[in-house]
Design a protein around this ligand. Structure first.
Ligand code: C2O
Ligand code: CU
Ligand code: CU
Length: 499
């Protein structure tokens, strides 16, 4: 059945236009009654689809690019980074003259930037002042499983805990942290909870370059400036608000004098960023888990939700734009056509050139895998008791926090085939380690990766598959999931136990 027909049959002639249609109350949430697998969870919060929103220009644009708030290190011991992060709701003034209740870390949106060096021990006290359980998950970082904010290790509302881990040599990179409680991750992130983590190498070959940090996040504000719950379309396609912000600002102005190193995070729940600087090339120097072996010149770079990149930015004096170009990720139902968005303007105040070493890094040689695994993302629409329901599955199952889906041996290098057997793009993410993409296959055509890179999040187009090499270096339970947080929350997640 073709896709349109499939949707039509599944939804009836009312189609998806009826955003408040009660049948959507039945969209599955982590496996509801009637499904053999999955952890029973609360029904989904569902806002109507026709809430009136603020116009995009309600947020002032054109301000100088904000610097991220850096969390001060409270430790006096060498090689120890200690700090407290507190998640709490508070009233922020995002729109001049209006109050918005946001949930944020240390009253900061984006959350604070934590910086540490390879070899450091990190001790973060987490205080949960939310009315929901939460965790802090260190996205992409090689931290032990019991320190990684798994849904099983929830910190109750009003509770606190200490996260403690050390950063191995070779882990330098651009990471982030966000909540990972069972079922509530997407809400906690879209209300404002996400922070940044940079691990630095002591012998960083780009240490001479000044840095800029661009955290791209998504925000939806109703006309009263409140943050509405997810609607039906959000639960299907992932949430995208009317604002795509850079460090919490709309279209800030970034000034570049001498060549700079940029770190860019896609911290959006679901928005894909096809980044480009029209008229100029991008010099890509790093990925999720640190530097590439050599810088690469590209004309655009797709960053799926959860992915990061490092760029070298230099060029002739002049003004240009940082764009997120329209990207069709095959959303379901009636959705607005994708549009180009201007994320920021870049003012090159002088001519500059990037002087880079020929080799940025040497990745260790590829290890021959000793085991194979296959992970398949799929979507199913079904009828149950006269109600339609949508399921987002991994290997045919909805997430169950009690179930171990796969097991791996500590230190074994494995070849995983990740398959997107569905109609829309899904970014694959796994906890605890970085992986290397070997190749991708689409319509029978296999394409080797253009360069070697340490990745923890990787997008798969509909019917595309990828082969990755992966080694887990800590024992314990690790999640892998789609990083469209609404899909993860509805069960598109599995668990591998590393023994
Ligand atoms: Cu960024 Cu399982 O998460
Ligand atoms: Cu993660
Ligand atoms: Cu998905």
């Amino acid at each position: 059945m073709n896709r349109r027909h499939f949707l039509h049959a599944a939804l009836g002639s009312a189609g998806l236009a009826l955003a408040s249609n009660p049948l959507w109350a039945a969209i599955n949430h982590g496996g509801h009654a009637g499904h053999a697998s999955g952890t029973p969870a609360m029904p989904l919060k569902m806002a109507p689809g026709n809430i009136s929103l603020l116009p995009v220009n309600a947020l002032p644009a054109g301000q100088p690019h904000a610097i991220l708030f850096r969390l001060p290190n409270l430790s006096s011991k060498p090689a120890v980074v200690a700090a407290t992060i507190t998640a709490e709701p508070y009233e922020a003034e995002l729109i001049p003259g209006k109050k918005t209740v946001v949930w944020a870390y240390n009253r900061s949106i984006p959350g604070p930037l934590i910086e540490a060096f390879e070899g450091d021990t990190v001790e973060i006290r987490f205080v949960n002042k939310l009315t929901q359980a939460s965790t802090v998950h260190w996205h992409g970082m090689p931290v032990p499983a019991d320190q990684d904010g798994n849904p099983q290790d929830a910190v109750p509302a009003g509770g606190e805990r200490l996260y403690r881990f050390s950063l191995p040599v070779g882990s330098a990179g651009t990471y982030w942290y966000h909540p990972h409680p069972h079922g509530d991750t997407s809400e906690q992130v879209y209300r404002g909870l996400a922070g940044l983590f940079i691990v630095r190498a002591k012998n960083d070959v780009l240490a001479h370059l000044p840095e800029q940090h661009l955290v791209i996040s998504d925000l939806r504000l109703a006309s009263d400036a409140s943050i509405p719950d997810n609607n039906m379309n959000d639960w299907m396609n992932g949430r995208e608000g009317q604002f795509a912000l850079v460090n919490g600002q709309r279209e800030p102005v970034i000034t570049v004098g001498e060549a700079q190193r940029w770190r860019i995070w896609n911290a959006c729940s679901a928005r894909y960023l096809r980044l480009a600087i029209p008229g100029r090339k991008i010099i890509l120097a790093g990925s999720d888990g640190g530097l590439l072996e050599r810088a690469q010149e590209v004309s655009e770079l797709l960053l799926a939700p959860g992915e990061r990149a490092e760029w070298i930015v230099a060029g002739p004096a002049g003004a240009v734009s940082l764009m997120a170009l329209a990207y069709d990720r095959s959303k379901m139902g009636k959705v607005a056509p994708e549009q180009d968005i201007r994320l920021a303007s870049i003012q090159f105040s002088q001519d500059s050139a990037a002087k880079l070493p020929e080799r940025l890094r040497t990745l260790p040689p590829r290890i021959k895998p000793v085991a194979k695994k296959r992970v398949v993302f799929s979507e199913i629409m079904s009828m149950e008791g006269g109600q339609h329901s949508m399921q987002f599955l991994v290997n045919g199952k909805s997430y169950d926090m009690q179930r171990v889906d796969l097991t791996s041996r500590l230190g074994d290098t494995e070849l995983w085939e990740i398959v997107n057997d569905s109609h829309m793009d899904h970014p694959f993410h796994i906890h605890g380690t970085q992986f290397e993409v070997l190749d991708t296959t689409l319509k029978g055509k296999t394409t080797p990766a253009s360069w070697r890179a340490n990745k923890d999040t990787f997008n798969l187009k509909p019917n595309q598959s990828a082969r990755i090499l992966i080694t887990q270096k800590h024992r314990g339970l690790r999640m892998y999931h789609c990083h469209i947080l609404e899909h993860e929350g509805q069960g598109m997640m599995g668990q591998v136990l590393v023994k």
